[in-house]
Ligand binder design. Structure first.
Ligand SMILES: CCCCCCCCCC(=O)SCCNC(=O)CCNC(=O)[C@H](O)C(C)(C)COP(=O)(O)OP(=O)(O)OC[C@H]1O[C@@H](n2cnc3c(N)ncnc32)[C@H](O)[C@@H]1OP(=O)(O)O
Length: 225
């Protein structure tokens, strides 16, 4: 079981995690855009395997929460959406949240391309799903996505700064709904995609089953008091 860090030790490790994450995102971008010759690719593959072995020298299990995480608050440092340590996160940057509303920024990188020059539709759905859940969290509502409806109105372009807004729409028992939209930073009135989600907070017994084997109780996914 990974021990959760607190205080200064956590801050120091979080800084190192974020630094490695940024370096790995640069590497991912370089890897998906390279046109170096086959010998260069082979050398890079060998170096990448060496690096993986270096990191695996101290590795947690598949269900173990990272020592830098805060599972109660729902802070996941390797989240594929916003995690500072994730090589595959765009990453999404949350500007403000609270009272059932969230605003976030993102610039979709080449690695998450769908049609040439455009963000993959699944990436857009992921970003919308995340800000929907986060708006609900900011209103004290936990839950997993039960349904997600995405309407793609205009392309979301790579390398352009976008802004996402999300807000809680309804709350009823364990069920909550929220809606979100994504726009470009320099044209906030033109909606590129919209999302609507239904989130269902887990009953305690369902949470125990869903997260069986996870080493730290994921309270953030259940109904909060
Ligand atoms: C700060 C950090 C923030 C991080 C945010 C990260 C966001 C990530 C969000 C996700 O990606 S979640 C992962 C993807 N989702 C899942 O894996 C969910 C898988 N599905 C389930 O686990 C269950 O189906 C679910 C928890 C959604 C519902 O199971 P339950 O057994 O709790 O539901 P139940 O059958 O008791 O129904 C509860 C209520 O919800 C309703 N419901 C459940 N599923 C529904 C559905 N799909 N459509 C419509 N209604 C639904 C159901 O009708 C009922 O309504 P009533 O209370 O009015 O009777």
């Amino acid at each position: 079981m990974a021990e959760l860090l607190t205080g200064e030790a956590r801050e120091q490790r979080r800084a190192a995690v974020a630094d490695l994450g940024a370096a790995l995102r640069e590497l991912v971008d370089a890897a998906v855009r390279t046109e170096v010759g086959a010998p260069g690719l082979a050398a890079a593959a060998a170096a990448a395997r060496d690096l993986a072995a270096q990191l695996r020298a101290g590795q947690r299990g598949l269900l173990e929460v990272a020592s830098v995480d805060d599972p109660v608050a729902g802070e996941r440092w390797y989240s594929p959406v916003y995690g500072p340590g994730s090589p595959v996160a765009p990453p999404l940057l949350v500007d403000s949240e609270g009272g059932g509303r969230v605003t976030a920024r993102v610039t979709v990188p080449k690695a998450l391309e769908g049609p040439p020059g455009l963000a993959h539709g699944g990436t857009i759905a992921t970003l919308l799903d995340h800000v929907l859940a986060r708006a609900l969290r900011s209103a004290g509502r936990g839950g997993l996505t039960a349904t997600l409806t995405v309407t793609y109105r205009r392309p979301v372009r790579l390398g352009v700064e976008h802004v996402l807004h999300a807000e809680v729409a309804t709350t009823e028992g364990r069920r909550s709904t929220a809606r979100a939209r994504i726009v470009t930073a320099d044209d906030p009135d033109t909606v590129l995609a919209e999302g609507e989600g239904l989130f269902v907070a887990l009953r305690p017994e369902a949470a125990a089953h869903t997260f069986a084997g996870v080493d730290h109780a994921p309270e953030a996914w259940t109904a909060r008091p």
